[in-house]
Write a protein that binds this ligand. Sequence first.
Ligand code: APR
Length: 250
Amino acid sequence: MSNADVLSAVAELAGSAQRVAVLTGAGMSAESGISTFRDAQTGLWSTFEPADLASPDGWARDRNLVWGWYQWRAELVRRSQPNAGHLALTEWQARTHLDIATQNVDDLHERAGSTVMSHVHGSLFDPRCTECDVHSHPEPEPVDEYADRVTPPLCPYCGGDMRPGAVWFGESLPEDQWRAAVEAVESADLVVVVGTSGVVFPFAGLPAMARSAGASVVEINPVETEISDMADLRWRTTAANGLPALVAAL
Ligand code: APR
């Protein structure tokens, strides 16, 4: 099927969908200049060790390095803009019942004007206290290089150490965020999966859940992924090209 044929097939599904769920991964923000995790050479995990920077053990070993790395990532997001894919989702959401469940910890969907139903892996901008678990938002300390070790601020409520608001490997997802993501795919008649390699569970299990709930599944990704087999349509394009073309065709 040519990309033009896929577009018209996706537009037909989208045009008749009453409820849409859009599942996004790091590829959604790639065209905003935010590195993905597993793209060869450019992905974050090709230059950083996830176990050192995105795990409870990494935090226990060197919390200043971990806190500095997340501040550095937050600063990169602050300096970036939502791309045409984010903006297209906002336009689509204004016209249709459309729920967004994202693995991304950036705020680009929100800054594009979208409402996000679920951030299953938390947020760069929502740190919480390691003691009392309360979220607070200390003034950002912009760091230029990830190697800057930055001492995490103390919780304004109990004085405990703050930690990044992202979910780390080995940690469970926030129950309310996970439930919202499941609810989105189980009530949708169309699920569009954008920019995820589909290797991290339980999020990677959502397309299968959508299919067993009777939804059609469309994948938007330049390459084949672990969830391509789950998709009724596989659109080999990017978020910032595909989504605007789809919304324009509705
Ligand atoms: N448009 C659409 N997809 C893209 C684009 C783009 N412009 N650029 C890259 N991609 C695709 C890649 O082909 C890849 O399949 O985005 C996907 C990114 O995959 P990962 O880097 O593995 O990111 P993601 O799937 O979101 O990772 C899931 O793993 O490290 C953890 O918690 C982290 O939330 C993250 C989770």
